[in-house]
Design a protein around this ligand. Sequence first.
Ligand code: NCD
Length: 304
Amino acid sequence: MKHLIDPMDLSVEEINDLLVLADDIILDKTKYRDVCKYKTLATCFFEPSTRTRLSFEAAMLELGGNVLGFSSADSSSAAKGESVTDTARTVACYADIIAMRHPKEGAPFVATRGLTVPIINAGDGGHNHPTQTLTDLLTIHREKGHFDNLVVGLCGDLKFGRTVHSLIKALTRYKNIHFVLISPEELRVPEYIFEDVLKKSNVTYEEARTMEEVMDKLDILYMTRVQRERFFNEADYIRLKDSYILDVEKLKKAKSDLTIMHPLPRVNEISVLVDEDPRAAYFRQALYGKYIRMALIMKMLGLK
Ligand code: NCD
C-alpha cells in the first residue's frame, strides 16, 4: 500500500496486521519509541479537527519522529489559490509521510498525482475517513474481540457522515454482519452505499427511524453528529440536529454488553450522563485512534 485514500485500499489481512501491531504497541509502547527517528509526518488539514490531527501527531511523536503542518486552509497557500497537488508536492519536500484532510471529496486522491511520499486521507468531505475506520475496527476488536456475527446500529447523519460510509465498507468483508441504519428519511446513507456496497456484499441491513425500536438487538451502537458544515441550508440543520439523543433511559432496553461508539466530536447526541456507563466506549475509541495510527505510520513507512 503506497497511499491510504479509501478504507478498501487495505485488505483484510493488512488490517489484521495493523490490529496485531496496535495490540503490541498497547502492551509495551516503549518498544517503538525510536522507530520513526529522523522521519517526519506532515499534517495538512484544510478542515477543523481535534482527534484526527492530534492523534496523528501524538502517534508520530511517540514513535520518536517529528511533525509539522497546518491546521486550517487559511494558514496555508490554499488561501492564495494553490492546488492541493502543488501543496502536497511541496510538503513532500519536507516530510516522509502526509496526512491530509480536505472539505472536497477526492482531494487527497488528487494530491497523490506525482507524489513521492505516501499520503493518508484524514477525511475528504462527506466521502471517506479510512483512519477513523481503522480506529473503529481497533475499538471493536478490543471491546468485542471479533468482527463476525455482530448487529451494528449506525445512528444519526448517515448521509454526510464519512466515518459511517467508510465503516460500512470495511465491515461488509466480515461474516454475518447485520446493519441497522437509524436516520431521518433525509439523512439516509447515500444511494451508492445501498447499491454498490450493501447490496453487493454478503451483509443484511434494515432501516429504522427511531433508536427505541431497535435498541434491544444491537451489539454496537455507533452514534454520529449531524454534519452541520455539509448542509446547504441552516434551517434544515436546525430541524434535524436533535433527531437522536442517546440517554440513560433509552439504554435501559439495550444489551448489557452493548458497545457505544462515536467518532466524536459530540454535539448533543449523547447525554453526558451516558459517559459513566461502562458500555460507553467513545473516549477509549479516541485513544485507540492514536495506537492504530502509530501502527499505520510504521507500516506505510515500511518500518515494521
Ligand atoms: C469525524 C470526522 O471528521 O468525520 N471526526 C473525527 O475525525 N473523529 C466525525 C465528525 O466530525 O462528526
